[in-house]
Design a protein around this ligand. Structure first.
Ligand code: ZN
Length: 112
């Protein structure tokens, strides 16, 4: 997998964890508990984001705003975001050196 894509997948996972922790945190605080971890997660996210090229990062932000998920796996030559067919030329080895976008929805693709 393209190193930038690996970072973007990690960023997406981290964002999900932050959202979950933030939601749980609100519940816990309602019960009188303090929750830790959220600030740490946010810090890890910042660190991670600095390693991602600004162009990819802003694309990621646009997609998460629009779809919720920016990076999706390709399964059976289909984009699992919009179920468009991914041309087999995309799957060629040369593309391992490039962050690939779905031509239909623009989501970033990876082959799991
Ligand atoms: Zn798509």
């Amino acid at each position: 997998m393209h190193p930038q894509l690996q970072l973007l997948v990690a960023l997406q996972d981290l964002d999900e964890m932050i959202n979950e922790t933030a939601n749980q945190g609100t519940e816990l605080e309602g019960l009188g508990f303090k929750h830790g971890g959220l600030e740490e997660l946010k810090k890890s996210r910042e660190d991670l984001a600095t390693k991602i090229e600004p162009g990819h990062l802003s694309w990621y932000k646009r997609l998460t705003g629009k779809f919720g998920h920016a990076v999706v796996p390709v399964v059976s030559n289909l984009c699992t975001g919009c179920f468009a067919n991914i041309p087999s030329s995309f799957v060629s080895k040369t593309n391992e050196n490039k962050v690939q976008k779905c031509e239909s929805c623009g989501r970033l693709l990876y082959w799991p």
